[in-house]
Design a protein around this ligand. Structure first.
Ligand SMILES: [Zn+2]
Ligand SMILES: [Zn+2]
Length: 126
């Protein structure tokens, strides 16, 4: 699984800014349990490259026009500046984490395939 710029030394892609935040315990609906999210971060600048299929976004503002931005190619949900994200230690699922709100799952490629199979339209809030 790509690690969203973690320890990336690729100098060619424009710099994406994320700031690590302290890990916390969050309810993961995939694990169906409270899990530790020891890897968590706040996104500072828009994503310039899809972490799933590697497609580059020369004009991130185009992709970010949507309320819930997704990769035009593979539908990877994109992280939005000013929001916090975390990875479940138990299953590796990515969530948007908002203080006082239910965490919103950002389904990875495999999870999106599963949802399509069952005819579910992806929504972070189902
Ligand atoms: Zn993609
Ligand atoms: Zn989990």
């Amino acid at each position: 699984m790509p690690l969203f710029g973690w320890g990336s030394s690729d100098k060619k892609t424009p710099k994406e800014e994320i700031r690590p935040i302290p890990g916390r315990q969050i309810y993961c609906r995939i694990c169906n349990a409270d899990r530790m999210f020891s890897r968590a971060w706040r996104r500072v600048s828009p994503m310039v490259k899809c972490p799933c299929c590697g497609m580059e976004f020369p004009k991130p503002e185009e992709v970010y026009k949507r309320f819930q931005p997704i990769c035009p190619k593979c539908e990877e949900p994109l992280e939005q500046p000013g929001f916090d994200y975390g990875i479940c230690d138990g299953c590796g699922s990515k969530y948007e984490i908002t203080e006082g709100c239910k965490p919103g799952l950002l389904p990875n490629y495999k999870q999106r395939q599963e949802m399509n199979k069952y005819g579910k339209i992806w929504s972070p809030y189902w």
